[in-house]
Write a protein that binds this ligand. Structure first.
Ligand SMILES: NC(=O)c1ccc[n+]([C@@H]2O[C@H](COP(=O)([O-])OP(=O)(O)OC[C@H]3O[C@@H](n4cnc5c(N)ncnc54)[C@H](OP(=O)(O)O)[C@@H]3O)[C@@H](O)[C@H]2O)c1
Length: 136
C-alpha cells in the first residue's frame, strides 16, 4: 500500500486513538516516508513525533466534519484511513445482537450512523483534499 504513496505523503487517520487506527499510526511512523500524519480523535491525543498533527473532534457529527474540513483547508491528503467503528457501547447499551428479537431501531441507527453513514459523509466532506490530487 505504501509503495504507491509519494515520499513525504500526508495521511489522515480518523479513530486513531486505539485498535486498528493506533496500530496503523505506529506502522506509518515506523517508516521515514511519512511527511505528515493527521490524527482525528474525540479526546486529546498526544504522540511524541513531530510528523503528527492531532486534531480533537468527533468526525461522526456535522460539526466535527466541518471543523476537520476547515483545518485541512483543501491541503492534499494522500492516504485516508477511517478506523472509526462501533461494535458495542455499554454506556449506550449497544451490544452485538445475537437474535432477531434483540434488534431495535435506536441501536441499529446508532450503529449504522457510526459504521456506515460516517465513512460516506467523511469522504464527501474531504473531497477538496482529494480533488487536488486528481488534478495533478
Ligand atoms: N480489531 C479487530 O480485530 C477487528 C476485527 C473486525 C472488525 N473490527 C471492527 O473494526 C472497527 C475498528 O476496530 P478497532 O479494534 O480499531 O476498534 P476500537 O479500538 O474500538 O477503535 C475504534 C475507534 O472508533 C472510534 N469510535 C468508537 N465509537 C465511536 C463513536 N460512537 N463515535 C465516534 N467515534 C467512535 C474511536 O475513536 P476515538 O479515537 O475518537 O476515540 C476509536 O478509536 C470496529 O468497528 C470493529 O468492530 C475490528
Amino acid at each position: 500500500m505504501l509503495d504507491i504513496l509519494p515520499d513525504r505523503y500526508t495521511a489522515l487517520i480518523t479513530g486513531a486513538s486505539s485498535g486498528i487506527g493506533y496500530a496503523l499510526l505506529n506502522q506509518l511512523l515506523s517508516s521515514s516516508r511519512a511527511g505528515r500524519i493527521i490524527t482525528v480523535t474525540r479526546q486529546p491525543f498526544a504522540i511524541d513525533d513531530e510528523r503528527v498533527i492531532s486534531l480533537t473532534l468527533d468526525a461522526t457529527t456535522d460539526e466535527g466534519r466541518s471543523a476537520l474540513n476547515q483545518q485541512l483547508a483543501g491541503q492534499p491528503v494522500h492516504l485516508f484511513f477511517n478506523a472509526i467503528g462501533l461494535l458495542h457501547d455499554d454506556a449506550r447499551k449497544l451490544h452485538p445482537e445475537k437474535r432477531l428479537d434483540q434488534l431495535n431501531a435506536d441501536s441499529l441507527q446508532a450503529i449504522m450512523h457510526v459504521n456506515a453513514f460516517t465513512p460516506a459523509l467523511l469522504i464527501a466532506s474531504l473531497m477538496d483534499s482529494f480533488k487536488v490530487l486528481i488534478a495533478v
